[in-house]
Design a protein around this ligand. Structure first.
Ligand SMILES: *Cc1c(COP(=O)(O)O)cnc(C)c1O
Length: 434
């Protein structure tokens, strides 16, 4: 009798994301049976350290009891209701708290990051149209930027492998120099390089502001583009230039929001407020899909009118889902009651010391950290290195998923010193085995 493993059944019927399915013949998917804290467990009970927070969504460990309790209670009270023509306590409270925390004024909801990008782009475009400026319809983004993979989001994404084949479907947009400090010249500081990159943005705005609706950026860390980190002065300049040229600034904090860069939102480190902010990933601590777009009152007012067509008529079936909102409220409660940001500052300094042997390793280039994100590039030209590291990691009990030559750690905030030590030692063993 044929015994079909879960992996075989999965390959038969599940079309996995971000995957050439053929490669699963050589690299079968990890069969995850359960998860708790920073650990994933396979069906044999072997455990794997989730060093990348399951694609950057998990903040406080898997099966977090506070989030779980909030979800059970919410499910028994109100599971779901549409948000057009109805409202409910979790969505109101979450909006109040997100607005207070961000300094923005109105919250719109969807279920994933790419939808939040689409919403922000549509809001900016439509706001200018309502204000009698329909020619302001273009967008500027950064080289190596990533904002999701739906058609609108891909148009402002600059990751060739995701974008190139769909190019004919995409709106034309403009890309400007990334402030990524790895691109600085010898002797040029990250700050000086960021200012040079901002000058490139300035010349683009000078030429094209009249036809540009918004600039969209990932504040401080371009994550999917390879954990490219940059100096906050670039954000401060970008804000000033957007004001000067009358262009909206969209902060895509989908990956970096909720403390990843050390502050609750990355834009705080440049002391700026964007016109629109996109949030997702960590917003529910990795428990349920949810995204939000926070908007300034001046954008909101551009839609407020008697004419229905001037309104923002966008919607998704699960917009403002009460369960997801309740999970997000539980996450904010944890931030408040456990002073997570201060704890992470100390944690990160201790982990920097544990990472010292990696920083000094002969194969390691550009070792870097922002907040709770560590990354380095491997001085190995082989394109298969990222798959080798993934495979060697699983053998040794660590889930690592390098981006090209870039290895990174973006662990849940509940990771202990002992777990971090294990992660660093395992990574060193993997480098030795390459
Ligand atoms: C992950 C990500 C997105 C897309 O979010 P999805 O939920 O995967 O659609 C958009 N922007 C940034 C910066 C991201 O990291």
């Amino acid at each position: 009798m044929p015994v079909d493993s879960l992996d075989q059944r999965s390959r038969q019927v599940v079309w996995h994301p971000c995957t050439q399915m053929r490669q699963l013949e050589d690299f079968p998917p990890l069969e995850v049976a359960r998860a708790a804290g920073v650990w994933l467990y396979d069906r044999q009970g072997k455990r794997y350290l989730d060093s990348i927070s399951s694609w950057w969504v998990n903040l406080f460990g898997h099966a977090n009891p506070r989030i779980g309790a909030a979800l059970c209670e919410q499910f028994a009270t109100l599971d779901h209701v549409m948000l057009a023509g109805c409202t409910h306590e979790p969505v109101v409270e979450l909006s109040e708290r997100l607005c207070r925390l961000s300094g923005l004024d109105h919250a719109f909801y969807a279920s994933d990051g790419a939808s939040a990008t689409e919403i922000a782009l549509k809001m900016s475009f439509h706001a200018w149209r309502n204000l009698g400026r329909p020619e302001k319809a273009g967008f500027i983004s950064l080289r190596q930027g990533y904002h999701g993979e739906t058609i609108g989001a891909l148009a402002v994404t600059d990751v060739a492998i995701f974008r190139d084949v769909y190019q004919p479907m995409l709106q034309q947009t403009r890309q400007v120099m990334s402030p990524d400090w790895r691109l600085a010249e010898d002797g040029e500081t990250p700050e000086a390089y960021a200012l040079r990159a901002a000058a490139d943005l300035e010349s683009c705005l000078q030429q094209h502001h009249a036809t540009t609706a918004a600039l969209i950026v990932e504040p401080l860390v371009q994550c999917a583009g390879g954990m490219a980190m940059y100096h906050p002065v670039w954000l401060a300049r970008a804000r000033a230039l957007c004001d000067q040229y009358g262009v909206h600034l969209i902060a895509d904090e989908i990956a970096v929001g909720f403390g990843r860069t050390g502050t609750l939102f990355a834009v705080e480190q440049a002391d700026i407020r964007p016109d629109l902010m996109c949030l997702s990933k960590g917003i529910t601590g990795g428990s349920l899909p949810l995204s939000a777009v926070l908007a300034s009152d001046s954008i909101y007012q551009a839609f407020y009118a008697d004419d229905v067509r001037l309104g923002f008529l966008h919607s998704h079936s699960y917009t403002g889902n009460p369960l997801a909102c309740r999970a997000a409220l539980a996450v904010l409660d944890i931030f408040d009651s456990e002073d997570v940001l201060a704890g992470n500052r100390e944690r990160a300094e201790r982990f920097d010391r544990l990472c010292q042997p990696l920083r000094e390793h002969p194969l390691v280039r550009h070792f870097r950290r922002t907040g709770m994100i560590w990354a380095f590039d491997l001085a190995i030209g082989d394109r298969r290195v990222s798959r080798d590291i993934y495979r060697l990691g699983l053998e040794r009990g660590v889930l690592l998923r390098p981006i090209g030559q870039t290895v990174y750690f973006m662990p849940p905030y509940v990771i202990t010193d002992a777990d971090m030590q294990f992660l660093v030692q395992t990574t060193l063993a993997i480098l030795a085995a390459l």
